[in-house]
Structure formats: C-alpha cells, structure tokens
Design a protein around this ligand. Structure first.
Ligand code: ADP
Ligand code: MG
Length: 339
C-alpha cells in the first residue's frame, strides 16, 4: 500500500475503539498515541489514554501530572500512567492472600520471604503490568469509551503470557479434582475413626450424622476461583485484542536502516500471533527540501529509505509524520499534528 496522507490515519482508526501504539523506545509512540487521543477527544469522542511508561512521558507530553488513577484532562479525554511499583505490590498482596487461604500459618513467613524475592524476578513486573493492562482494557470497554489508546503495544513475548492462564486452566482443574478426592478420603477416614471409637464406647448406638455440623468452605476452591477469574480476564482481553474490528495496532518507526529491520521483525512476530497491525507510522521525517547541505543529505537518505519502507510493507498503509521544530506538547498541538 502506498504512502497515505496523515489526516487519513484518524479516519482509518475511527471505528476501532482499542488502539495500541507500538515501536522501539524514542521513535514517537507516546507522541503518536497522545496525538490520536487528543484528536478524537476534540471530535467529542470519549477517549482514555493509558501509558505503561514509568518515566512519566505521557504526563510530560500532555502537560499534566498523571498517576495510577484516571485523571480527566478535558471533558472527553481521560489519562492514566500505570505505575509498575504500585501494580506489582498490589499483585503480590493478592497472591499472598490467595496462598494464605489454603496454607498452614506456620509456613507463611517463609512464603512471604519467597514472594518478596519473586517481586524482582524476571517477568514478574511484565506479568503484573499485563494483568493491569487487561483489567483496564476490559473495564474501559465495558465503560463505553469510544477510544482506549495504549501508548505501548504488547510484544510477542508479553503476548505469550496471555495464553498462560489457558495452560494453567487444565492444571488447576486437575489439582482441584485431586484435592476433592483427597478431601473425600479424609472424610471417610475420620468417619470410620469416629465410628470405631463410638463402637468401642457403646456397641448398640448407630452413628447419626450431625445435621448442625458446619460446612467447611473448600479453601482450594477459593484459591482456584482467583485463578479462574484471571483466566477469564485474559480470555476477554485476548478476544478483544484479536478482534480486528475492535483493536488496531499502530507500529511507529523512524526512517533509518536499523529501525526498518526491527520493525520488519516486530511485524512478522505480530502476524505470527495473529495480531496484524493496522498501520505503520514513520515519524521524525525531515521535510525533503532543505537549504542546509547537512539536512538535505539526511532528508535525501530518509526519502530513499521511505521507498524501501513502502516496498517492505506493501500490505500496510504507511503514514508520515514530520519532525517538528519543537517537542509537541499539550492536547491542541498534539491534535493539530495529525491534520
Ligand atoms: N514528530 C516529532 N517532532 C518533534 N519531536 C518529536 C516528534 N516525535 C517525537 N518527538 C520527540 O521525541 C522524543 C521521543 O518521543 P516519544 O513520543 O516520547 O517516543 P516513545 O514514546 O516512542 O519513547 C520526545 O521528546 C518527543 O517530544
Ligand atoms: Mg513513550
């Protein structure tokens, strides 16, 4: 597909409520995501923008202080900057609560120590962040936002975490079945034991089940229900993500040799996970005619690469964004960037 006028990007994505903006660090994900969000908000579309970058870049771009909770920027634009530390802590508090439900209290200090160390284990932050992103995604879709825009896109690596609960499903089902069998055996054993001791005490009295005996809640069932809920959340999020009518992935890159190779790999990975991107944005382009020789050479080089980019991504619309004299800040300037 040939190069498209940038103004068509907003139109192309207008019917897809969920937009992920992916790409390497520094290429312009936050700028593009915030520009799309600002643009839809000025069109009076209720929009939520969610950042996963702990460097507060979304707040900087929007000129607003953001945090882990929703902040209203305009009547049509809400923004959240997810804080990995808060999210990981909350995640592990929940894990501890779940384990506590079925574990011998004597074991808890050891388990707490183990959990404390797990917080910094590789993948722990990613997993907690992915769960939080999924929660926001499903909640925002239910809340009826016209657009939910993430200023980052899941990588193939992160996406594999989404199928983890599916695999865990079979495991927990098996565990639960085994636990039930053991519980049954235990109850038969106690029953027999009571009967024998009672028989010893009085040979002629039959054992009558006590109708007032408390039904013990199955702790395993409680623990498993937490896992089931997570599985259901990932299922819903995965379904939204894979629905091309609901979700668009925009891949941002710059017109350089290495970013081109990286973007090719990223797109191939997305295609393999059946998450075909909707569009490619080439950002920080230099206007083709320059007075200065240095800048003219850079512009010529970029134009040549634009040809390669178009040839590499024939299946996708490619949108150019030109390098501005200054950083683009605030909803008005951001929104204007896409016109
Ligand atoms: N088209 C552009 N014109 C001028 N500055 C830009 C442009 N795109 C991005 N920038 C600047 O480049 C830096 C990185 O952009 P950012 O959107 O934060 O990238 P990312 O989110 O991919 O790390 C920021 O300082 C941003 O203001
Ligand atoms: Mg960013």
């Amino acid at each position: 597909m040939a190069l498209q006028p940038l103004s068509s990007l907003v139109t192309q994505l207008s019917s897809q409520p969920i937009i992920f903006v992916g790409g390497k660090g520094g290429v312009g994900k936050t700028t593009t995501a915030a520009a799309l969000a600002s643009h839809y908000a000025t069109q009076q579309k209720k929009t939520l923008i969610i950042s996963t970058d702990p460097a507060h870049s979304l707040g900087d771009v929007l000129n607003v202080r953001l945090n882990n909770e929703k902040t209203a920027i305009t009547p049509y634009l809400d923004a959240i900057e997810l804080n990995p530390d808060i999210i990981v802590d909350a995640h592990f508090v929940q894990v501890e609560r779940t384990i506590k439900a079925y574990t011998n209290p004597d074991m808890m200090p050891k388990i707490r120590e183990h959990l404390r160390l797990s917080k910094s284990a590789p993948g722990a932050q990613e997993a907690a962040m992915l769960e939080s992103m999924c929660q926001h995604l499903v909640a925002a879709a239910d809340a009826g936002y016209d657009h939910i825009i993430f200023d980052t896109a899941p990588t193939g690596h992160t996406l594999r975490l989404l199928v983890l609960p599916e695999m865990m499903g079979a495991w927990t089902d098996g565990l639960l079945a085994q636990q039930r069998r053991q519980a049954k055996l235990r109850s038969v054993a106690t029953h027999l034991d009571t009967n024998t001791s009672k028989a010893k005490a009085s040979n002629d009295k039959k054992d009558v089940p006590n109708p007032f005996a408390k039904h013990k809640p199955d702790r395993w069932e409680q623990a498993v229900s937490v896992l089931e809920k997570r599985k259901e959340l990932f299922r819903q999020a995965g379904q939204l993500l894979h629905d091309r009518a609901q979700t668009a992935i925009v891949q941002v890159m710059t017109a350089d040799v290495l970013p081109l190779a990286e973007t090719q790999r990223a797109i191939q990975q997305l295609e393999e996970t059946k998450l075909t991107p909707a569009a490619i944005v080439v950002n920080q382009l230099i206007i083709p005619t320059q007075k200065d020789e240095f800048w003219q050479q850079r512009a010529d080089r970029q134009q040549k690469l634009m040809g390669d980019i178009e040839q590499s991504f024939t299946d996708y619309p490619v949108y150019p964004i030109y390098l501005q004299q200054t950083d683009v800040r605030g909803t008005e300037a951001l929104s204007a960037l896409l016109t």
